[in-house]
Design a protein around this ligand. Sequence first.
Ligand SMILES: NC(=O)C1=CN([C@@H]2O[C@H](COP(=O)(O)OP(=O)(O)OC[C@H]3O[C@@H](n4cnc5c(N)ncnc54)[C@H](OP(=O)(O)O)[C@@H]3O)[C@@H](O)[C@H]2O)C=CC1
Ligand SMILES: O=C1OC[C@@H](O)[C@H](O)[C@H]1O
Length: 384
Amino acid sequence: MAYTVRWGIMATGWIADMFVRDLLKDPRGRDASDVAHQVVAVASSSAKSKADQFISSLGIPAPCAAYGSYEELVADTNVDVIYVATPHSHHFQNVMLALGAGKNVLCEKAFTVNAAQTKILCETARKKNLFLMEAVWTRYFPLSVQVRELIQTGEIGQVLRVIADTSFSDDVEERWGTKHRMVNLDLAGGCLLDLGIYSLTWVFQTLYHTLPRNQRKPPTVTSQMTQYHLTGADESTTVLLKFPTSAPSNGPLPQESHGVAMTSMRVAGDPDEKGTSGANIRIEGAKGEIQVFGNPFRPVRYRVIPKKGLGEVRDVECPFPSQGHGMFWEADEVARCLRDGKLESEGLPWEESIVIMEVMDEVRKQGGLKYPQSIESTEYPLHF
Ligand SMILES: NC(=O)C1=CN([C@@H]2O[C@H](COP(=O)(O)OP(=O)(O)OC[C@H]3O[C@@H](n4cnc5c(N)ncnc54)[C@H](OP(=O)(O)O)[C@@H]3O)[C@@H](O)[C@H]2O)C=CC1
Ligand SMILES: O=C1OC[C@@H](O)[C@H](O)[C@H]1O
């Protein structure tokens, strides 16, 4: 018998739409018949009619309540878990609202504006015995799971360096202007929090998450940042990380590793959008390399390249079942955690989200990127 989760959707923007499309796919299409999803409520902060429109345009089966405020959504007793799909600037306030009403939460990336806010959210969830997870969907792809397993089983030996690039060469002025959440400081815009987090995800899930928990240590951080001339949000950021502990080595290899996390809105990881420039992620080990192809947030295949004499090159395609976007895998993880009474996901524990937020805090400090005090604040409730 499938364990069914009843979702409440907070916000009706782009990613909420994509997420709900995936929730509505039959889990059997991805061999996940142990879980099922229902969308039982949708809320828009601007108007109830927007929630009504969202429900009808996506064909969400009745009954599904439509609300014109987030307060009404979190009070709905039919809802098991809230999916928070608002801009970064609002995550802290929105998640606190949901936790305060006794609701479990899946919150979009970046978890919050800064690490101090993330810590409060995790502490609040712990105290209230509620589930909370940052929606870094890529971590739950079979591709990510397979790559982590290959590292853990020693396929490429000790991993010494990881390079990850999440960059798109947009016409920034034309596409994002000054108000869009991608570049708007009031909404915690900029490529680090929006896209760089995926480069950091690849660095962390290969160099940090693959270690036993008691061996995971925060990296040191060096970085460079270029700010967008129209708003001051970062348009290009490069982060160099040194992790003090790597997988145990039996020989002369160092007990440390390097991560290079890049992101930009001016240059592209895949300029011709045909993959000509190669892999956006390279995971380099003492016995070989794993390359990951496609957008770092939605990669499509990987290649294992053993060091000369140690084996053959292997390409592995990782298709998206049911013509899905790939967000259903993180939703399935939420369902299984709720079923099993867990407060956090093993795929992205609270502690790891906090360390990544701390890295982003440090990068912003080094780059001189400050957001308005109202959205950096840890005060709750705060109306801004
Ligand atoms: N996992 C992924 O692949 C992706 C994740 N994201 C993440 O999802 C979040 C939302 O991004 P996205 O959907 O692209 O953003 P959109 O701008 O498309 O939607 C955001 C929604 O948040 C609500 N909202 C509440 N307050 C505000 C406010 N002050 N300004 C603007 N919107 C507000 C609005 O919904 P309403 O009026 O209904 O309340 C709005 O439609 C971000 O954290 C982003 O990083 C984004 C894209 C892809
Ligand atoms: O999370 C994301 O992934 C997809 C990108 O297009 C989007 O800007 C970003 O928010």
